[in-house]
Design a protein around this ligand. Structure first.
Ligand code: SF4
Length: 370
């Protein structure tokens, strides 16, 4: 048995009725009264030929998703006792992910490089996934700790203010990835996750860098994971719709960033096209079609209250009523942000007050997790 002193707010957060209500499935998995979504997906039988066309595999994935979502309507007591099958919906998703890897379209950069052949796109990750660290994170939002956090090397974004630039960007072109991170296959990643569960994690938190370039390994690891543990996606959320279809039914809890309230700021600071359109679309989809249990991280940036913070809050209030927000104060100039005068400082307390009072006005729930 592991005894650990928990942060007081990680206990008190669950006394908030609205948090309990919005995160009821997640809490149920922690308490053992609910079953993690990936375990349910592993009971959905799926016969297919792995050499079939991508179109046919995609069609089958859609059918299996419908079957799976019908299953979710059943009573949890009935679901609990279903048996895992050798060829399941999860195996199909892994097969399709490996197909996409030949012409990578995991994120909306859509590099279309053959990563199986060792080619690399913007993220500089080939077919192999690399874990830079994995540990029980005690600094995440109160409802998430202790979080079994797995940091992947590499990122599909190029944020000039990156707070994790050592594992996201600074190594690119300078250091061999094998010198700084551990190469993992699906079985090894599952073993890392299971070890974190044994040590007391209440979720498996895929982050980076970003987990998006590693979807194939993460989905593959679910075939080997066995614990009833919440699967948590902690990401910039710049996935394609096809990539999101590979994981939407397996992830219990979403922890996406919502950085910019328009496409122009994203282009300037992250080198990304169509940011708002893509990320808003993905938030809406997991809210409406996925587990719907979402904690959105918004890092308030100096001088970006009107163009970014307020449009994001407007969108959340209108389109994502079940979401909870973490309005984050910890922005500080990092990496290359010193070259941009307007973001070369921390947000002022006046700016933070303005964002929070705007969220209050819109009725957004943020205080218990911010
Ligand atoms: S994950 Fe994104 S950035 Fe990386 S190769 Fe694929 S499409 Fe390109």
């Amino acid at each position: 048995m592991v005894f650990r002193v928990l942060r007081p707010d990680s206990v008190s957060v669950w006394k908030n009725e609205e948090i309990l209500n919005r995160f009821s499935k997640y809490r149920g998995i922690i308490d053992g009264t609910q079953v993690a979504r990936y375990l349910i997906a592993k009971t959905v039988k799926c016969e297919y030929n792995s050499n079939d066309t991508i179109e046919n595999l995609e069609k089958l994935l859609k059918e299996k998703s419908l079957e799976y979502n019908d299953l979710l309507k059943k009573d949890v007591e009935e679901i609990k006792y279903r048996k895992t099958v050798p060829n399941s919906y999860v195996n199909l998703a892994e097969t399709l992910a490996n197909n996409y890897l030949k012409n990578c379209i995991f994120c909306e950069r859509q590099c279309e490089v053959n990563r199986i052949d060792g080619k690399k796109g913007f993220c500089l990750i080939s077919k192999d996934s690399y874990v830079s660290s994995a540990f029980l994170h005690m600094g995440e939002e109160p409802h998430l700790v202790p979080s079994g956090t797995i940091f992947f090397q590499g990122c599909n974004f190029g944020c000039v203010f990156c707070q994790n630039y050592d594992i996201s960007q600074a190594w690119k072109g300078k250091r061999d990835i094998d010198d700084i991170a551990q190469k993992v296959n699906t079985k090894q990643l599952a073993a890392i996750a299971e070890k974190l569960v044994d040590r007391g994690a209440i979720n498996i938190n895929y982050v980076g860098g970003d987990p998006i370039p590693n979807i194939h390994t993460i989905v593959g690891s679910l075939i080997f994971q066995q614990s009833n543990i919440c699967q948590l996606w902690n990401s910039n959320f710049f996935l394609t719709e096809k990539a999101l279809s590979l994981i939407i039914d397996f992830i219990d809890f979403w922890l996406p960033d919502f950085k910019y309230g328009n496409n122009e700021c994203a282009k300037k600071y992250s080198g990304i096209d169509n940011y708002f359109d893509v990320v808003a679309r993905n938030h809406k989809r997991v809210h409406d079609e996925g587990s719907g249990e979402i904690c959105i991280r918004h890092l308030v940036m100096p001088n970006h209250i009107e163009c970014c913070s307020k449009p994001i809050l407007d969108y959340v209030a209108k389109e994502l009523p079940k979401a909870v927000m973490n309005i984050m104060t910890q922005y500080r100039p990092q990496w290359k942000a010193f070259n941009y005068d307007e973001i070369n400082r921390r947000p002022t307390s006046q700016e933070m007050r303005e964002v929070k009072s705007y969220a209050d006005k819109l009725g957004i729930l943020y205080e218990p997790v911010s």
